[in-house]
Ligand binder design. Structure first.
Ligand SMILES: Cc1cc2nc3c(=O)[nH]c(=O)nc-3n(C[C@H](O)[C@H](O)[C@H](O)COP(=O)(O)OP(=O)(O)OC[C@H]3O[C@@H](n4cnc5c(N)ncnc54)[C@H](O)[C@@H]3O)c2cc1C
Length: 397
């Protein structure tokens, strides 16, 4: 995709640090640099353009090519977050599914999922039932069908290929599936039509006064938005910008198998996690694993992860899958926010100890730099709105 030049581009005045603003800047509008062309950068740009700002989006690779196209491809509230009691997050995400579907693209659709319940586990059936009914309640008004119990026979006809002898039945509930890459590219193309300039450059450094440094030069903006996802912390630390937050990077891998699969299946896995078996372009997508990793490591599925996913799926399938059935694998790094507790003797970021506190997303400001930490795909529009609100606060203070 190419940037669309503005008709009345002019050279403008020297910035505070003495860097010259180059052609392409608008004199009347405030100029914002958004760094990172994943879904959080795109939806931040969306909210900023809605507020009348002029936005340059910097992306060092292909837009939507990193975490945002390596998700489990669900627009969802998250049963897992429900189990953790994070009701506000679940409610917001359940309502956001509706917004994505209402955009009328071909890249998202409602999807039924089933949580199967093992034989004799009636108490578990009750608890999961309460969970999915609460999910329905939180999703009220969002236009999705409500959950229902499937007995073993209905389970067998709904999910042929599932080894139903192991289960007394299952709870069917609803979320949405998406083509994450295409949906994000659709949002980006809308923004390019509205004047967003896509700059295919790596930002090597940022300054608190709004200056962005790349290999081709420097440019000063009214505000910089750091939505570099798993790389957000690296960008700040390379720039010497202090922060209260940091990231735990959790790698998640998926496999795609050459087998048709009609609906979603959520299998309870270790540590309270779920492994999903989902229909994906006439094939079967299985994910995800969880392991800590650094951004500098290769982001790809290990042999051990592939085995873990095959084993989890084969535990519930009638006809086992083997490595031969795998068409492709993909992995992403989940940026999980952690709070850094300042060490009394040393207040630099390197001298900080970690607390166990973690949250889904938060927005932090340092001078003219706004950083978005974390954030789900499903709720990216809300994260963008939060970013734009902070940008406006900076510009009006
Ligand atoms: C395995 C897994 C499964 C998931 N499943 C789901 C799901 O089903 N549903 C859901 O809602 N959420 C899901 N998530 C969460 C969601 O995918 C992520 O939170 C979201 O995609 C993060 O988007 P982002 O824009 O912050 O990061 P990214 O998509 O990684 O974008 C950051 C971009 O910044 C660019 N960049 C970095 N540094 C620079 C620089 N210095 N200069 C220029 N560009 C730079 C990168 O190239 C990258 O394109 C999942 C996450 C993982 C890891």
């Amino acid at each position: 995709m190419t940037s669309i030049p503005e008709k009345n581009d002019k050279k403008v005045e020297e910035s505070a640090r003495g860097f010259t603003r180059v052609e392409g800047f608008s004199e009347n509008k405030k100029n914002i640099a958004v760094i990172g062309g994943g879904i959080n950068g795109v939806m931040s740009a969306w909210a900023l353009i809605d507020r009348g700002y002029r936005v340059d989006l910097y992306e060092s690779r292909e837009p939507m090519s990193q975490t945002s196209s390596a998700s489990t491809k669900m627009l969802h509230g998250g049963l897992r977050y429900l189990a953790q009691g994070r009701l506000n997050l679940v409610k917001e995400a359940l309502q956001e599914r509706r917004w994505w579907l209402s955009q009328g693209t071909d890249h998202a659709a409602q999807m039924a999922l089933v949580v199967p319940i093992s034989n004799q586990q009636w108490t578990k059936a009750l608890w999961i039932g309460l969970g999915v009914k609460l999910y329905d309640l939180l999703a009220r008004g969002s236009g999705f069908p409500t959950s229902r119990w499937l007995n073993r026979r209905t389970l067998a006809s709904t999910l042929p290929g599932l080894d139903t002898n192991k289960f007394l039945g299952g709870w069917m509930y609803w979320d949405a599936s998406m083509d994450d890459r295409r949906l994000g590219e659709w949002a980006l193309s809308r923004l390019i039509d509205r004047g967003l300039r896509l700059k295919r450059e790596e930002v090597t450094r940022v300054f608190g006064n709004g200056t962005v440094v790349t290999n081709s030069g420097e440019q000063t903006y009214d505000v910089i938005v750091n939505t570099a996802g798993p790389w957000a912390q690296t960008l700040l630390s390379h720039s010497g910008i202090p922060s209260k937050y940091g990231l735990n990077l959790i790698k998640g891998s998926h496999i795609i198998c050459d087998r048709p699969w009609p609906h979603g299946l959520a299998i309870p896995h270790k540590e309270g996690r779920l492994i999903f078996l989902l229909p994906w372009k006439s094939q079967l997508l299985i994910g995800t694993t969880e392991s800590h990793q650094a951004t500098t490591d290769q982001i790809e599925a290990s042999k051990q992860e592939v085995e873990e996913l095959l084993q989890a799926a084969n535990h519930v399938l009638e006809l086992p899958l083997s490595e031969k059935d795998i068409v492709s694998t993909f992995s992403g790094l989940r940026p999980v926010v952690k709070t850094l507790v300042t060490n009394a003797k040393n207040s630099s970021p390197n001298g900080q100890a970690m607390s166990s506190a973690s949250r889904e997303s938060t927005v932090e400001t340092f001078e003219r730099i706004v950083t978005l930490w974390g954030g789900k795909w499903t709720t990216a529009r809300q994260q963008g709105l939060a970013v734009a609100q902070v940008v406006t606060q900076i510009l009006t203070r």
